[in-house]
Write a protein that binds this ligand. Structure first.
Ligand SMILES: [Fe+2]
Ligand SMILES: [Fe+2]
Length: 184
């Protein structure tokens, strides 16, 4: 069962997102659709990119006990990181079998060095979508570059996200450090 948003995005019945979050999901999905078009991706791959945007934050506003129950073996994550593994598990229980899509959603909060193009595209779109208030010009530039210089843009985004984490005194997750070492 699904329910359609104002812009026609089909969210699953189990999704748990505020209006504000939904607007973010719509922007991330629109950016992924735009990149997929510019890269002339085959329709199946473009569909997977669209679904990654649509579903990555589907449990972003779900209660913590539900997130912990679904995320299972990721107990080491801070609460706000759990919605990635939780959504992937919920999708799996729903019958989703596209491994690359599940991995993109599962690791989108921390990053993964094992990602192919899909996980990397989601990680970039999540950060570069135009609704975020900081570094607007830099991020708009990177969003425009992504389909032309995918790997270099990804590297820039990983660097920016880690720099932000350090500046804010946030914890660095091992997955994020391994990812940086794989692209630097
Ligand atoms: Fe997220
Ligand atoms: Fe997001």
């Amino acid at each position: 069962m699904t329910r359609a948003t104002m812009s026609g995005l089909e969210m699953p019945a189990w999704s748990c997102v505020s209006e504000k979050r939904l607007a973010h999901i719509e922007r991330v999905t629109a950016l992924l659709d735009e990149w997929a078009r510019k890269l002339a991706l085959p329709s199946e791959e473009a569909r997977a990119w669209h679904d990654a945007g649509r579903l990555h934050d589907a449990l972003r506003d779900a209660p913590e006990h539900l997130l912990r129950e679904l995320a299972g073996d990721s107990p080491d994550y801070a609460t706000e990181m759990l919605h990635g593994p939780a959504a992937a598990e919920r999708m799996r229980r729903d019958g989703e079998r596209r491994t690359e899509l599940l991995d993109a959603v599962r690791y989108h909060t921390v990053g993964s060095a094992n990602w192919g193009r899909l996980g990397r595209a989601l990680y970039m779109a999540d950060y570069l979508e135009p609704g975020r208030k900081f570094s607007r010009a830099d991020r708009a530039y990177l969003a425009a570059q992504a389909p032309h210089d995918f790997d270099a843009t990804f590297r820039q985004v990983v660097r920016a996200r880690l720099e932000w984490s350090l500046r804010e005194g946030m914890r660095l997750y091992p997955e994020a450090v391994v990812l940086w070492n794989s692209v630097r």
